[in-house]
Design a protein around this ligand. Structure first.
Ligand code: G3P
Ligand code: MG
Length: 254
C-alpha cells in the first residue's frame, strides 16, 4: 500500500504483467489485427498499439508519422483521408503471407479485444501538430468503443495529448510515457492524474522503480525482449513488461 492506494487491487490495475508491443511484437506486422492473432496464440492477454488520426479524423493504428516503412503508401499519414489509408497494404512489408493486411481502425481494435477477451494499452501517437485533437478523440472514442470491456490504459509521450485525453475522458486510466524518466516526473504524472509511468527499461534502476511505486504509481517497462532482464525488472517491482518477443517471455517466468 502506498499513499493509501492498494496498487495490487484489480479494481485499480486490472491488467496482466505482460503486454504485446505493437499488437504481436515482432511475430506479425505491427499494429495490425494479425498481431492480435499472434498475441492470442501465444497466450497474451493484453496488447499495446499506437493510435493516430487520418486527415478526416478517423482513428486508426499506425506507429510512424509516415506511411513508407509499414505500408505500401507514401508521405505523411496525417494528410491522407481514411478512404485512402484503408486501401493500403500494411502486411506485405513484413512477409508475403501477410499481403492484403489492412490498417485497423480503433473500432476494429476494440472489437477484436472484445472477441478475444484481451485488454489494451492505447498509445496516443499524434501526428505532429495534432496532439490535442488526437488525445481528445482517442480518449472519447475509446471510452465508447470499450464499453463493457476492461477499460483500456491510455498512454502517450505527448503531454498535450494526454492532457486532452484527461479532459475528454477523466475516468480512463492514464500512463505517462518517457524514454528516460526526467527529474520532474512526479509533477508531470500528478498534473495528468496518471496511474502509471511507462519508461524504457534501459533507464530504469531498482531505486527509481521503488521511488515511482512509493508515489502510488504502477510501472511499465518497454521494450524488454530478454527473459533474464524481464525477470529482474519484475523483481524490482515493475508491474508490466511490454515486449516484442511474445514467443520468449511467458507469464509464469516473471
Ligand atoms: O508504449 C511503449 C512503446 O510502445 C513506446 O515506444 O515507439 O514503440 O511506440 P514505441
Ligand atoms: Mg507504442
Amino acid at each position: 500500500m502506498a499513499n493509501g492506494i492498494d496498487r495490487a487491487s484489480p479494481a485499480n490495475w486490472p491488467y496482466p504483467s505482460l503486454v504485446a508491443h505493437r499488437c504481436g511484437g515482432t511475430l506479425a506486422p505491427e499494429n495490425t489485427l494479425a498481431g492480435f492473432d499472434a498475441c492470442v496464440r501465444h497466450g497474451y492477454r493484453m496488447v499495446e498499439f499506437d493510435a493516430k488520426l487520418s486527415a478526416d479524423n478517423e482513428l486508426f493504428l499506425l506507429h510512424d508519422d509516415t506511411l513508407e516503412r509499414t505500408t505500401n503508401g507514401y508521405g505523411a499519414a496525417a494528410v491522407h483521408l481514411w478512404a485512402q489509408l484503408a486501401q493500403l497494404d500494411a502486411g506485405a512489408w513484413y512477409g508475403p503471407q501477410f499481403a492484403g493486411t489492412r490498417l485497423p481502425t480503433l473500432a476494429d481494435a476494440a472489437a477484436r479485444c472484445a472477441r478475444a477477451g484481451i485488454a489494451a494499452n492505447i498509445e496516443i501517437k499524434p501526428c505532429p501538430g495534432r496532439e490535442e485533437i488526437t488525445g481528445r478523440l482517442v480518449a472519447s472514442g475509446a471510452l465508447k468503443l470499450w464499453e463493457g470491456q476492461t477499460p483500456p490504459l491510455v498512454s502517450s509521450f505527448s503531454f498535450d495529448a494526454l492532457a486532452a485525453a484527461r479532459d475528454a475522458a477523466p475516468s480512463l486510466r492514464r500512463g505517462m510515457l518517457f524514454e528516460e524518466v526526467p527529474a520532474d516526473w512526479l509533477r508531470i504524472v500528478r498534473e495528468l492524474d496518471c496511474v502509471s509511468l511507462h519508461a524504457s527499461h534501459r533507464y530504469l534502476t531498482e531505486p527509481l522503480v521503488a521511488e515511482i511505486r512509493a508515489a502510488g504509481l504502477h510501472v511499465l517497462a518497454y521494450t524488454v525482449n530478454d527473459p533474464a532482464r524481464a525477470r529482474l525488472l519484475a523483481q524490482w517491482g515493475v508491474d508490466m513488461i511490454c515486449t516484442d518477443r511474445i514467443d520468449k517471455l511467458q507469464h509464469d517466468m516473471l
